[in-house]
Design a protein around this ligand. Structure first.
Ligand SMILES: [Zn+2]
Length: 352
């Protein structure tokens, strides 16, 4: 109901010219909107996780909107520098992608490049060295491919016999069981890939084909190097997409991530994005000690010169966002009518 009222109000504001006024206002000029994207579908991933994946045509519509509205799309580093120096141009926006999946290379980047916009990729690196999919994600995707089924062959994977794939909760419970099992058995990445292959066989899905299409894989060293040479800005997202509560392990995540990125992109990474948008106050001094100069969350909002540079909000754009919602945030109207809620992603990702 609140959402419906919000939609009606936004329509009225747009039709009354308020969006346009805000977009050109001094108030908006002092604000930076950092857009956050995740995956752009190679096939049907947006139907599996609409909060994580988007169709290429929707991304193109969004970028067309930026172009038509004459938004100033700035490289992240420059945008932040100008934000804190109070020197932002009007209608400032930065574009970021989280995780660095292969579909960024194949689907997203050609579209971004067509518009000539600068882009930052927060790249997690553990799976960059592997030519197989991220374990928990591919398990979830495989089970979704057979949604509606009830099987009794769980034992073949060391699980409870009954596998109820009729609900998201049922499928997620199986993913959690598989992840727990891989931890207790101390499986390597390669061994986990073998478990995923067996799961696919059990479900009657062609695993080799998915691997060959590189669904739910990260970009590899060659792709990262190529895009870095082409001007894509690669930044930190931890090595294993996780943030340990232990300072030593936390810093190890940053250092391993940074070393891998330096090797692949030939550049030093100083900006960070919290995996899954999850953060704690104790992380801030740890990031500072690692020389990190900015960190983005998945909380919704504009960054201003008063925003803590290690807690920068963004606008997480997903398949579920309407064009009206997108436009309201670009102009600034969305900020006044925001339903304040941290847009945490459910992507709880790979362990090694
Ligand atoms: Zn992430």
């Amino acid at each position: 109901m609140r959402k419906q009222i919000r939609r009606v109000v936004l329509h009225v504001l747009r039709n009354a010219g308020v969006f346009r006024l805000l977009r050109e206002s001094e108030w908006r000029r002092h604000r930076l909107l950092i857009l956050c994207y995740h995956g752009i579908s190679l096939e049907d991933e947006h139907q599996w996780r609409p909060g994580l994946y988007m169709e290429p045509r929707v991304l193109e519509q969004r970028l067309e909107f930026l172009r038509a509205g004459d938004y100033n799309v700035l490289p992240l580093g420059e945008a932040l520098q100008r934000l804190y120096a109070n020197e932002l141009p009007r209608r400032s926006v930065s574009i970021t992608f989280d995780d660095g999946t292969y579909d960024f290379y194949k689907q997203a980047y050609p579209i971004v490049k067509k518009y000539g916009f600068p882009v930052t990729v927060y790249q997690t690196t553990y799976y960059s060295a592997c030519r197989f999919p991220v374990f928990n994600l591919i398990c979830s995707y495989l089970l979704w491919k057979r949604k509606g089924a009830v099987l009794d062959s769980g034992r073949e994977l060391g699980l409870e016999p009954a596998m109820d794939l009729r609900t998201e909760a049922g499928r997620q419970a199986i993913v959690t069981e598989l992840m727990n099992l891989s931890v207790t058995q101390g499986l390597s990445g390669l061994e986990k890939n073998e478990v995923a292959r067996r799961l696919a066989d059990l479900l009657g899905v062609d695993y080799a084909e998915l691997v060959q299409k590189r669904i739910l894989q990260l970009m590899g060293a060659q792709e990262i190097a190529e895009l870095s040479r082409d001007g894509v800005d690669f930044q930190l997202h931890t090595h294993r997409h996780r943030m340990p509560n232990d300072e030593f392990l936390f810093q190890k995540e940053i250092e391993e991530n940074r070393t891998c990125l330096r090797r692949m992109s030939q550049k030093d990474a100083l900006h960070f994005c919290y995996p899954s948008g999850f953060y704690r106050q104790q992380f801030l001094p740890w990031l500072k000690a690692e020389g990190v100069i900015s960190a983005t969350t998945c909380d919704t909002g504009f960054a201003t010169s008063r925003t803590n540079a290690l807690l920068l909000p963004r606008f997480v754009d997903t398949s579920g966002r309407s064009e009206l919602d997108f436009e309201s945030w670009l102009t600034g109207a969305g900020d006044f009518l925001a339903i304040r809620r941290a847009a945490r992603q459910k992507y709880i990702p790979p362990t090694d």
